[in-house]
Design a protein around this ligand. Structure first.
Ligand SMILES: NC(=[NH2+])NCCC[C@H](N)C(=O)O
Ligand SMILES: [Mn+2]
Ligand SMILES: [Mn+2]
Length: 301
């Protein structure tokens, strides 16, 4: 990671997913001592405020079953895009705490106002590659990587109208184990690399991280990490809205983020889908804070 100042942006938004509670993520990480833990690492962190929806009118829009809470998602992501763009302009390292994974649309739209060739590492049990035409749920958090690759409803891809496109060859998904039919086709056709749990089992997390780092850093001018906490096995991370068993272990998750820190390639990061209402003894909240510390340089020795 760059030695630059970290701009911590909190995004208490949960309308991209089906189950209430993801909007409480940022507050719960803060309550569990995130700022204190980062201060311990002697990292320069700027507690840079909250990005929230402006008004409740967006909440009252008629519900499109293929694009649930579309107006709220658009309003929030336009605001987040501009906040992230502003931080990049100021040479800060944006660290975004969600919120559900729909917020990646705004984060990445803001980043790609500046980065012409952004690489993306997407940790997730899912692909988030649906569109309004393929979605089984209508939940926009299952569409955010597709939208970031300019695929999907024009109201969503429109958030990226002043942003550079991302080359799918610079995108790596890690930890996938629940992909919908349309998402499989998307992966095959687009040239995205997808390291599913099968490849992690086969090669081990160290080799996968080495390959992923090589893919996202060759020919790119920035690298973003989008970390969905549901990539981690629900045994360790039960507090999330769409848990799928068979995920990465506690140590694999830490190792992956330690390896990213060592590689020193990231220019931004986000952690999403922590849902304290579904958590057990704050296990997931604490894990998220620990993982952020590993990503930012905390070491065992
Ligand atoms: N960011 C997430 N947790 N996404 C879950 C998506 C689940 C499913 N693929 C859907 O489209 O609804
Ligand atoms: Mn996700
Ligand atoms: Mn997910």
């Amino acid at each position: 990671m760059n030695p630059s100042l970290i701009s911590l942006l909190r995004v208490p938004f949960g309308l991209g997913g089906a189950r209430p509670g993801a909007e409480l993520g940022p507050e719960s990480l803060m309550d569990a001592g995130l700022i204190r833990q980062l201060a311990h690492l002697e990292l320069p962190v700027l507690d840079d405020g909250v990005v929230d929806i402006l008004s409740s009118d967006a909440l009252d829009q008629p519900r499109n079953p293929q694009l649930k809470h579309l107006e709220a998602v658009i309003q929030l992501n336009a605001k987040l895009r501009d906040a992230v763009s502003d931080r990049v302009k100021k040479a800060l390292f944006p660290l975004i705490i969600g919120g559900d994974h729909s917020i990646a649309i705004g984060t990445i739209a803001g980043l790609t106002k500046h980065y012409r060739k952004l690489g993306v590492i997407w940790f997730d049990a899912h692909g988030d590659l649906n569109t309004h035409e393929t979605t089984p749920s209508g939940n926009i958090h299952g569409m955010s990587l597709a939208v970031s690759l300019n695929q999907g409803h024009p109201r969503l891809t429109g958030l990226r109208k002043d942003s550079f496109s991302i080359n799918p060859r610079h995108v790596v998904i890690i930890g996938a184990r629940q992909l919908d039919q349309g998402e499989r086709a998307f992966i095959r056709q687009s040239g995205i690399t997808c390291f599913t749990m099968h490849e992690i089992d086969r090669y081990g997390i160290a080799a996968i991280m080495e390959k992923a780092i090589a893919i996202v850093s060759a020919g790119t001018d920035g690298v973003h990490l989008s970390f969905d906490i549901d990539s981690v096995d629900p045994y360790e991370a039960p507090g999330t809205g769409t848990a799928v068993r068979g995920g990465v272990t506690y140590r694999e998750a830490h190792y992956a983020l330690e390896a990213l820190h060592e590689a020193n390639i990231l220019t931004s990061a986000e952690v999403v889908e922590v849902n304290p209402l579904l958590d057990r003894n704050k296990q997931t909240v604490k894990l998220a804070n620990e993982l952020i510390c590993s990503l930012l340089g905390k070491r065992i020795l």
